[in-house]
Design a protein around this ligand. Sequence first.
Ligand SMILES: Nc1ncnc2c1ncn2[C@@H]1O[C@H](COP(=O)(O)OP(=O)(O)O)[C@@H](O)[C@H]1O
Ligand SMILES: [Mg+2]
Length: 236
Amino acid sequence: MTTIAPINDANDFVSRSAIAIQVQDLHFRWQTGSTVLDGCCLEVPKGEFWMLLGTNGSGKSTLLKLLAGLLQPESGSIKPLPKLGFVFQNPDHQLVMPSVGADVAFGLAAEQLTAIQVKQRVNDALTAVNLQPLIQRPIYALSGGQKQRVAIAGTIARQCEVVLFDEPTALLDLDSQRELVAQVQRLVKERGLTALWVTHRLDELDYCDGAFLLESGKVIDQGDPQRLRDRLMNSE
Ligand SMILES: Nc1ncnc2c1ncn2[C@@H]1O[C@H](COP(=O)(O)OP(=O)(O)O)[C@@H](O)[C@H]1O
Ligand SMILES: [Mg+2]
């Protein structure tokens, strides 16, 4: 049985009564045979912003794909997730329509909404990420950070309660990186979203409520982001 540190101390009971993302004893291996997840456990409290750290190839993206139902685990359990959003490293793999407004509206195509409701949802979502003035702008004329904010607006318009981010700042310059992580922190607090954010940039830990460290297919440490940052900086 894997031993992991508690999420926190005094609030432990409160947190556990409202867990948004819960993974228990998850095992996964690719058909090629290599084991990626080997008894992975984690819990993210509802309404919090948690980060997932680990070296390249440690299984972070695989874990997000399992959470999103894009892959099936060999064994273990994942609590069924409410409406889920996914923001990828490269927004060019995610944005499909020619303009900002059209792209956010496209994500609502499967829902039975009137044209007025779609317009309201798109405006509200773009306002939340400070992009409403760019509603007509072609996607090609956006910066990398603005494209990521369009992707986030898509998840807000769909009213996703949980959003998974797979290294969303990896392709951004320093200013856009800071702006994006600060904006997600604000959205989580203001809208009660739950976010799990994969990163290898340790300065982003300033913005989250807690973090997990993945190694050899397991969460080997978790909790206070600053403690984890110190641990990783000392191990470099
Ligand atoms: N489609 C795939 N087929 C086979 N092996 C894969 C595939 N995708 C990733 N892997 C392997 O799974 C392991 C974990 O990869 P990944 O989850 O992408 O790690 P991380 O996101 O932490 O860098 C790596 O060894 C990687 O080579
Ligand atoms: Mg990855």
